[in-house]
Design a protein around this ligand. Structure first.
Ligand code: GRF
Length: 193
């Protein structure tokens, strides 16, 4: 059985592209603002919705309910994959989709939670020699939840934000599709048991 899956985005959508190219079935792509990722989704021929959030930094229960309406009532979505989605969602969302929301963060969690993790990494003293990304099960506390997978890339002495971000993203594009597929299999095994 295939779980109906949604991808939530706010930006470039490079991870959306990697998920799409990996063959994962995406029932709908939702953006919280007009963004390049939604244009990519259109070019891939994917169904798109915009659920615009005017203040992504504030946890807004009403926004979370609107998003749940779109995902659950309109598209019967079972698994939510956040790929650079900037809006912080309310606990009611994570209660509804308990253990069904995946996210990716460009650091080795629990290190460098919060905003600008790549910059945090570069500014750390001592600067780590290795960083990467973490795929985890998202919940109401940002960047906390069961860790599903990590990728690793080197941090060079001469690094700046753009090359390091690009190196991290290249690794994410292999990591995220594999982690999503692995978790979908785990869900199948759990429901078969
Ligand atoms: C990725 O680096 C991801 O780790 C973070 O947001 C970024 C999204 O990039 N959560 P993109 O929109 O997939 O290119």
């Amino acid at each position: 059985m295939t779980r109906k899956l949604a991808v939530l985005i706010s930006g470039e959508g490079s991870n959306l592209g990697a998920l799409y190219r990996s063959g994962i079935e995406i029932a709908v792509v939702v953006g919280d603002q007009p963004c390049t990722g939604l244009n990519k989704a259109r070019n891939f021929g994917l169904v798109r919705e915009r659920v615009v959030c005017h203040n992504p930094k504030v946890v807004d229960v009403e926004y979370s309910r609107r998003l749940m309406y779109v995902l659950y009532n309109m598209y019967q979505i079972e698994v939510v994959v956040m790929a650079g989605f900037k809006t912080q969602l309310a606990p009611v969302f994570f209660e509804h989709y308990r253990n069904r929301v995946l996210d990716i963060h460009p650091s080795h969690l629990p290190a460098f939670k919060g905003r600008n993790p790549v910059l945090q990494t570069l500014q750390a003293n001592p600067r780590p020699a290795v960083t990467g990304s973490t795929v985890y099960l998202a919940g109401p506390i940002p960047h906390e939840g069961r860790i599903l997978a990590k990728s690793s890339v080197p941090v060079y002495a001469s690094d700046t934000e753009v090359p390091l971000t690009n190196r991290i993203k290249d690794a994410e594009h292999k990591l995220y599709p594999a982690a999503v597929k692995g978790y979908l299999m785990e869900l199948e095994q759990m429901s078969a048991a």
